[in-house]
Design a protein around this ligand. Sequence first.
Ligand SMILES: Cc1cc2nc3c(=O)[nH]c(=O)nc-3n(C[C@H](O)[C@H](O)[C@H](O)COP(=O)(O)O)c2cc1C
Length: 203
Amino acid sequence: MGEAADFSEEHDVSTGPAASRRFAFLLASARRDGNTEILARKAAEHLPAGVAQEWLRLMDLPLAPFVDIRHSVGVYPQPTGNERVLFDATLGATDLVFAVPLYWYSVPASAKLYLDYWSGWLRVPGAEFRERMAGKTLWGVCALSEEDVRRADPLVGTLAITADYMKMKFGGVLMGYASKPGDVLSDSAALAKARGFFRVGPA
Ligand SMILES: Cc1cc2nc3c(=O)[nH]c(=O)nc-3n(C[C@H](O)[C@H](O)[C@H](O)COP(=O)(O)O)c2cc1C
């Protein structure tokens, strides 16, 4: 077996001033008050005061199944409804945090569907989605119930390669070991990493 890809170490991420940073947290768990959100909020506590935070629960912003009209219609309509909320939050953020519990070794379906919509947003006339996504930083926070974090390689790869494709920076994935809600609070190593996970320049 080859070496597992290691995305867990320090990455070259933007260190722009805190006052210009806007973090959007995309909560993808299929339950409330889960470990992933707990861990993401622990990490967010250490963001400098000037950093704006927006928290979006994908469960509360359901999207219709994605339809691939790339090679038929060719363009996608201006987003409306929940799609518009997510579209605006995505483009308005400097930093996108995927708070994604490990589901079947990958991201939950809600996060995957949200990502599928990016393929449409790339083709919304006037949105300039590709140009405006470039340079943002993509981060991940993940709770998983297995101690071997390499089991999350598909999830990490999805986020890292997506960032690369979109010319975004990749901040890495903060992992926490947990099964039932609250378990992650017993993972002292994860809580310690949470303190310094988001690297943002001084205000
Ligand atoms: C549909 C589903 C699939 C899951 N698949 C995995 C998995 O592949 N590997 C794993 O370690 N844990 C898996 N789990 C366990 C969750 O990752 C774990 O309970 C985690 O703490 C849930 O995060 P949350 O509390 O933020 O919802 C799965 C849980 C669910 C509901």
